[in-house]
Ligand binder design. Structure first.
Ligand code: IPM
Ligand code: MG
Length: 368
């Protein structure tokens, strides 16, 4: 029997408190479902900088390369605002993504029925929403060269480069088409082919991959600005959206808010298969480190717990157990257990991070 290895990187802010609930859930799956994990824990972001002077130690990077999956909490906080750019907490996360070559970032935006009234959009627009954004994660303007702040004609100029090779577009397009095959079979690709050459190439390559190998997929193209507008106008028109690194960063935050709270959204970042056939993988909530509420036991652990559900599905071939965990979260929300981010202004007292974890574990027990 192969062992399942996990590296847990709680990181900064609310990261450690939400990850503590995931650790209890991992223990539950070991005890009650015989799903054993070999778990190692380490530092990332500001927490790593405090100890090592860098946001990700080489030794931690090596561990990340050797496990089946990495589970990350969040990075960053005001304490680190004045650090040099090269050692900011975010650089630790970007190094993991780049060196593990996690090119396909899956960001599902699902509106749980119990939360449809929390969205800033009307219930009838978001109820039943289930879309998947596939964001390219290792290239584009986040990593393109040249980059930097330079002197030119007596003034400074800031440069970042949007750069995509055909193979980079090809592989993320395939990831999106493969996912669409397991869903409603529709992909919408977003770029700015009206103003950017990289967008023209993006559109051509995505279409060519579809025509050659995915004739069963319905592919459409949209300019990314229109895509943002369509996401708030009528989000349910989409099934899978595939887009580049920067547009994906923006559009996934927009999609997140459709679901009611950033505290609910998980993500999976996947790369090429390793020797054991499992993809290189990192799972993390879409929300950040929320320094304003860190350490108070108020944070919603659902996004991180649902990220672990994605790990069960994509890394550990345990789709049934992922379904079980997702259903437990949905049940708890339907029962009205809510952290503060999911409360309407008046009435009721919010559940703590720990209470939410307790309720989800109770719902898992009840599912047996
Ligand atoms: C995200 C975040 C990151 C990004 C930051 C923390 C570097 O916003 O995962 O969406 O910009 O990719
Ligand atoms: Mg972002």
């Amino acid at each position: 029997m192969s062992t399942n290895s996990l590296l847990i990187l709680p990181g900064d802010g609310i990261g450690p408190e939400v990850m503590a609930e995931v650790s209890r859930i991992i223990a539950w799956f070991a005890d009650r479902r015989g799903l054993k994990f070999d778990v190692n824990e380490d530092l990332v972001g500001g927490a790593a900088h405090d100890v090592h002077g860098v946001p990700l130690a080489d030794e931690t990077m090596e561990k990340a390369q050797s496990v089946d999956a990495v589970l990350l909490g969040a990075v960053g906080g005001p304490k680190y605002d004045d650090l040099d750019f090269s050692v900011k907490p975010e650089r630790g996360l970007l190094r993991l993504r780049k060196e593990m070559d996690l090119f396909a970032n899956l960001r599902p935006a699902v509106c749980f029925d119990a939360l449809a009234d929390f969205s800033s959009l009307k219930r009838e627009v978001v109820a039943g929403l289930d879309i998947m954004i596939v964001r390219e994660l290792t290239s584009g303007s986040y990593f393109g060269e040249p980059r930097g702040i330079f002197e030119e004609n007596g003034e400074r100029v800031g440069i970042n480069t949007q750069r995509y090779t055909e193979s980079e577009i090809d592989r993320v397009a395939r990831a999106a088409f493969d996912l669409a095959r397991k869903r409603a079979g529709r992909v919408c690709s977003m770029e700015k082919a009206n103003v950017m050459e990289s967008g023209i190439l993006w559109r051509e390559v995505v279409q060519a991959v579809r025509d050659a190998d995915y004739p069963d997929i319905e592919l459409s193209h949209m300019y990314a600005d229109n895509g943002g507008m369509q996401l708030v106008r009528n989000p349910r028109q989409f099934d899978v959206i595939v887009t580049d690194n920067l547009f994906g960063d923006l559009l996934s935050d927009v999609a997140a808010m459709l679901t009611g709270s950033l505290g609910m959204l998980p993500s999976a970042s996947l790369g090429a298969p390793m020797e054991n056939g499992r993809p290189r993988a990192l799972y993390e909530p879409v929300h950040g480190s929320a320094p304003d509420i860190a350490g108070q036991g108020k944070a919603n652990p659902c996004a991180t717990i649902l990220s672990f559900a994605m790990a069960l599905r994509y890394s550990f071939d345990a789709g049934d157990e992922a379904d079980r965990l997702e259903a437990a979260v949905e049940k708890v929300l339907a029962d009205g257990v809510r952290t503060a981010d999911l409360m309407q202004t008046e009435g009721g007292s919010p559940a703590s991070t720990r209470k939410m974890g307790d309720a989800i574990i109770a719902a898992l027990e009840a599912s047996l």
